[in-house]
Write a protein that binds this ligand. Sequence first.
Ligand code: HEC
Length: 121
Amino acid sequence: MARKLFFAAFSTFVVSGLVGFAAQDEEPEYTISEVMKEAHKGGLLKKVSEGKASDEDKAKLLDLYEAMLANDPPKGEAEAWKKRSEAIVAAAKELIEGKEGASDKLTKAVNCKACHSEHRP
Ligand code: HEC
């Protein structure tokens, strides 16, 4: 009896865990607005461009940009958004790998004005 109860509780736990996981998979970890605040207003990208970013800063920045890519743009073509965001994610990955010129590549890929005029409502 106790065993049966335990099993029931255990399967509920597994199922809700899976549902939670699936939901997380669909919802990006951060909204675009959060990415902008942390990466841009918060100065993470600036640290990178000044060569002052720690490994944690770089990892966080990649996390943020991956979430940005996973979001749909509030305005403009989804395809253009994807292309732009993918270039940014790729450059952030190169930065983590320590590739030469990666920080220049990243700061160029993150074109505030161009992206805002196309995608910011
Ligand atoms: C890949 C496209 C893209 C790039 C590149 C980009 N932004 Fe944005 N930004 C957006 C979008 C889209 C919004 C509007 C988000 C919303 O309202 O949901 C936004 C909003 C913002 C906001 C307002 C956030 C808020 O909700 O308070 C700030 C600040 C900002 N961006 C700063 C910057 C700066 C600075 C740069 C360059 C270093 C930059 N962004 C580069 C797409 C981009």
